[in-house]
Design a protein. Structure first.
Length: 297
């Protein structure tokens, strides 16, 4: 039996149910989109860091002092020469003293104090792809010229960052799951409220020969009609919030380092959120309505 398309529209507007429903969808999509965008961006940035940092090490040669038998610059030059002779290394780059001192400026703004600090000399090295090279191997090579040198392997702190990102990803998926469950429960409650106000109308429709699936289809239509604009509004607000967050974090995690494929995956994942939210709202409205209709005498 064909029913008028807007037969239940007044019921959805009754007691501002439509405003409540649309507002809830907007909030749910906002939270889920923000969590999805944050998780995908963090994962992509971690992958970028992994590729760019995992093979890198930093050699630290302590400051020799004025009374040392060998000048600091000569010591660094000899260390660089030994490192460049190693076939396992792809690049060997001495870090200028000015850059090393600049790393301390956020904590020490007194130029006189900076000059008095015995700042060590740093050398950035990158091992070749597929080569197994440990900090101990580098130290053994440098022992003849810099016995007190230290080597920092970037992969060590990168592993800690990966554990943090993995934990945040689990929390993001949990938030997305909870928002989806919240949406299903809210849709069921709205449909229950409308069914209570339209009980006489539904009874009359049954008497006229309307089937449960026809009535449920109309609930599904109205749920989709209300959810779609609210979902895209929440999606837009989430993108704006994400852009603001990235702006404030631009010095810590630059999104410019992401590859085009990362941006494509991020776009697809975030676009799926409002689409799935509308589908979940409509499908939940249909299922909850059918369940309630079957329970009617």
């Amino acid at each position: 039996m064909a029913l008028p398309r807007h037969i239940f529209a007044p019921a959805f507007r009754h007691q501002k149910l439509s405003v409540f429903f649309a507002g809830l969808v907007c909030i749910v999509v906002y939270v889920a989109t923000f969590a999805t965008a944050a998780e995908a961006t963090l994962s992509a940035l971690t992958m970028t860091w992994d590729k760019g940092v995992e093979a890198r090490m930093t050699v630290e040669i302590p400051h020799a002092g004025d009374e040392a038998s060998q000048a600091q610059s000569d010591k660094v030059q000899q260390a660089v020469a030994l490192l460049r002779a190693m076939p396992e290394l792809a690049t060997v780059t001495p870090v200028p003293d000015e850059e090393t001192i600049a790393l301390l400026k956020p904590w020490i703004d007194n130029p006189e104090v900076l000059k008095a600090i015995p700042v060590p000399s740093l050398i950035d090295i990158t091992r070749k792809e597929g080569v197994s090279l440990t900090p101990a191997d580098v130290l053994a090579k440098l022992k003849p010229v810099a016995e007190d040198a230290r080597v920092d392997e970037h992969a060590a702190w990168l592993s800690d960052a990966q554990h943090l990102v993995r934990g945040l990803s689990i929390m993001a998926f949990l938030m997305i799951g909870l928002t989806a469950v919240t949406l299903v429960i809210a849709v069921s409650l709205v449909c229950r409220a409308i069914m209570a106000t339209e009980k006489d109308t539904i009874t009359l429709l049954h008497t006229m020969g309307a089937e449960d699936r026809d009535i449920a289809r109309h609930f599904q239509f109205h749920a989709r009609r209300l959810a779609a604009p609210a979902a895209w509004l929440g999606f837009g607000l989430a993108l704006l919030s994400s852009a603001i967050l990235l702006f404030f974090l631009r010095h810590i995690a630059s999104a410019a380092s992401l590859q085009p494929m990362h941006w494509l995956v991020l776009a697809v994942m975030t676009l799926l959120v409002p689409v799935l939210a509308v589908w979940i709202a409509a499908f939940s409205a249909r299922l909850s309505t059918l369940k309630l209709l079957h329970a009617l005498p």
